[in-house]
Design a protein around this ligand. Structure first.
Ligand SMILES: Cc1ncc(COP(=O)(O)O)c(C=O)c1O
Length: 396
């Protein structure tokens, strides 16, 4: 018989040490979360890279309410709906892709993209292309195929029984040339789960014009976080498949998508008897409420000039990181757009994060790195406030 405060079993959390009263969020408003004890904290991780325009933005809340009252859900297996159609149209126009396949969480989009690549090569007459190449230090989610193309031991070491071998792109550049390679999957510019690790743009150059498909995973980096709408806009690559998730709904609801270019989409066309349709699907794919939230979020990018706002904040963030770099407890301070990390010298990151919480700033460390990935609606004063709190905490 469990005697715990909560039966909610949390991901990546030791429940034996979990202090439920201290970490129960009851309200989200703008860039702040409120906890059950009445504390109000700045959401300095955008609730793990999801929140874009702040919590509870009225335009997104209204869109969700309106759509819920009109059509809450209808299956996408053999049917479509207006918000999903419109979102597919707008995402295609934004990214220069031609078709949007919807899933739910980020990992389910990665799973779909990998399977799409496999089935694509079967239709394209090269069924031997069944292997995947990934970056060192990659992370693409926690489902079996997503784990297989991930490279962070602590996340996948226990699950070898359900994962398959993949090639590391960094270690063997020639791996791309193998005639058994179906796709290369990369996080563009930033490897978020590796600790907001930056990848040099030149590293992507070899991916241009290659025979395998290029899957670009923008689940963490998409929707403005790195300064451009999508991080790969800053790189010399053209994705065949683009995975988006997390911030797609502004951070309000689960939704993800694989955006495909015409040659991939068209390889799946044919007479019904040929059975060339994509053999993959999720119950809530193309959920109208989630799609309405995503459309509202895209509206806000235009109405609130979100990318211009981000551009105005980035120099401030860069200056704060620069100022912190000489601190004796800081090993590295880095950022791409509004995705930043301060790597500490020594394993005190959790103590620092807990201290920051008490000072009104909620973040979650990755290894020794304190991450600062605020909502794009953050203000210069909030950036200053976070770094002042961090400086005070590091000197405490
Ligand atoms: C680059 C990348 N891909 C995929 C995922 C998995 O997304 P989700 O947690 O929504 O399944 C993440 C999550 O952090 C991510 O950073």
């Amino acid at each position: 018989m469990l005697t715990r405060v909560t039966r909610h079993w949390l991901p990546f959390t030791q429940m034996d040490a979990f202090d439920a009263p201290a970490r129960t969020f009851v309200r989200g408003q703008g860039n702040y979360l409120e906890d059950a004890r009445g504390g109000r904290v700045f959401d300095a991780v955008s609730s793990i890279w999801t929140t874009i325009h702040g919590h509870g933005h009225p335009h997104i809340v209204e869109a969700i309410a309106r759509q819920a009252a009109t059509l809450d859900h209808a299956t996408s297996l053999g049917a479509t709906n207006p918000p999903a159609d419109e979102l597919a149209e707008r995402l295609s126009a934004l990214t220069g892709t031609d078709a949007a396949f919807f899933a739910s969480d980020g990992a389910s989009a990665v799973e779909a993209a990998l399977k799409m690549a496999l089935q694509y090569w079967q239709h394209a007459g090269e069924p031997g292309r069944t292997r995947f190449v990934r970056l060192a230090g990659s992370y693409h989610g926690d489902t079996a195929a997503a784990m297989s193309v991930s490279d962070i031991a602590v996340f996948k070491a226990r699950f070898g029984a359900v994962t398959f071998a993949t090639y590391a792109y960094d270690d063997a550049g020639e791996a791309i040339a193998g005639d058994d390679v179906a796709a290369v999957i990369v996080e563009p510019l930033v490897q978020a789960a590796a600790g907001i690790r930056l990848v040099a743009p030149e590293r992507y150059e070899a991916l241009r014009g290659m025979r395998p498909l290029l899957i670009v995973d923008e689940i963490a980096t998409g929707f403005g976080r790195t300064g451009t709408m999508f991080a790969h806009e800053q790189l010399p690559v053209r994705p065949d498949l683009l995975c988006v998730g997390k911030g797609i709904t502004g951070g309000a609801l689960a939704l993800s998508a694989v955006l495909a270019r015409a040659p991939v989409f068209e390889a799946f066309l044919g007479a019904p008897a040929q059975l060339k349709q994509f053999f993959h699907g999720h119950s809530y794919a193309g959920n109208p409420i989630a799609c309405a939230a995503a459309l509202a979020s895209l509206d806000l990018f235009e109405r609130e000039s979100t990318l211009a706002h981000v551009a105005s904040l980035v120099p401030r963030l860069a200056a704060r990181l620069e100022r912190l770099r000489p601190h004796p407890r800081v090993r590295d301070a880095r950022h791409a757009g509004l995705m930043a990390a301060v790597e500490l010298d020594g394993p005190a990151a959790w103590d620092v994060a807990n201290g920051l919480y008490d000072r009104g700033y909620f973040t979650r460390p990755i290894g020794d790195a304190i991450q600062f990935v605020p909502p794009l609606s953050t203000t210069p004063a909030e950036i200053d406030g976070f770094f002042e709190a961090l400086e005070a905490e590091l000197s405490a």
